[in-house]
Design a binder for this molecule. Structure first.
Ligand SMILES: [Zn+2]
Ligand SMILES: [Zn+2]
Length: 259
């Protein structure tokens, strides 16, 4: 296969011991992107234009704020706020125009003109919602992860050593499992799609069973009859179960139990 730039990070990720190697890659990418936005790219005109237009979602504002670079964060906020004011003003103008037309028309609720007014009102509100819903960091991570999923599939198709590593992982979170299976028919040759689905099933099912056992054992350990029993693998079962079901959201390196 044609190896491209994404091959190396995917290879590094597949060797990691965690509940989803694509989550590990995503977390690392997200961190690097956040550092980039707070760092040199603050001054790059192209990036500033995109940030001004899209902004960041609340999760990523929380992340950027936690990184402690208040000046970098403030510089992006200043020009994004200016752009947001322009967008909000234009939307409110259109919303008021449409609302005024609706109240002034007898036909507003029933007639064709009423439908047109309703449409332009909703369009303007939609533009306002879009302005509040964008995130350049989410988009950057999503685009990169799509490419990485393609790379996983291409490596799985062409490299037997990668196949071996893949089937030796602890499986994937359900989100990345769905991402890979959604892409598989577009990336793999069609005869390999059932084989891939089969390989994924063989990988994922025992790992979901393992998670189920761990969380059940964790619960048992709260029963006094099991107090003297060992924790086995269950001390961080709460985090690993959340991460497996919904993608990495909790650190796996701490015990869940306060006991
Ligand atoms: Zn994942
Ligand atoms: Zn975001």
């Amino acid at each position: 296969m044609k190896y491209h730039i994404d091959t190396i990070p995917v290879w590094d990720a597949v060797k990691q011991d965690c509940e989803c190697f694509l989550c590990a890659l995503e977390t690392r990418t997200e961190q690097q992107e956040a550092e980039r936005f707070l760092g040199a790219s603050v001054m790059e005109p192209d990036i500033r234009i995109q940030v001004n237009r899209q902004g960041f979602c609340r999760n990523h504002h929380r992340m950027l704020f936690g990184m402690g670079n208040r000046l970098g964060h403030a510089l992006m906020l200043e020009s994004h706020t200016a752009e947001s004011i322009r967008t909000v003003s234009a939307c409110l103008n259109d919303i008021k125009k449409a609302a005024g037309a609706a109240s002034g028309s007898i036909l507003s609720k029933y007639g064709r003109s009423g439908q047109a007014v309703k449409k332009s009102y909703e369009e303007a509100v939609g533009r306002l919602a879009d302005a509040a819903g964008g995130c350049i960091l989410c988009e950057a991570v999503h685009t990169y992860m799509q490419r990485c999923c393609e790379t996983v599939l291409l490596l799985w198709e062409n490299d037997s050593e990668f196949r071996r590593q893949f089937s030796g992982t602890k499986g994937l979170c359900l989100c990345h499992l769905a991402d890979l299976l959604r892409l598989a028919p577009q990336v793999l040759s069609s005869r390999l799609v059932p084989e891939f689905a089969d390989a994924v099933e063989k990988l994922e099912k025992p790992n979901l069973d393992r998670i189920q056992e761990d969380i059940s054992w964790f619960i048992k350990k709260f029963d006094y009859r099991y107090e003297a029993e060992p924790w086995k693998n269950s001390q961080n079962a709460v985090q690993r179960t959340c991460n497996k079901l919904r993608g990495a959201c909790l650190p796996e390196d701490q015990a869940s139990s306060g006991r």
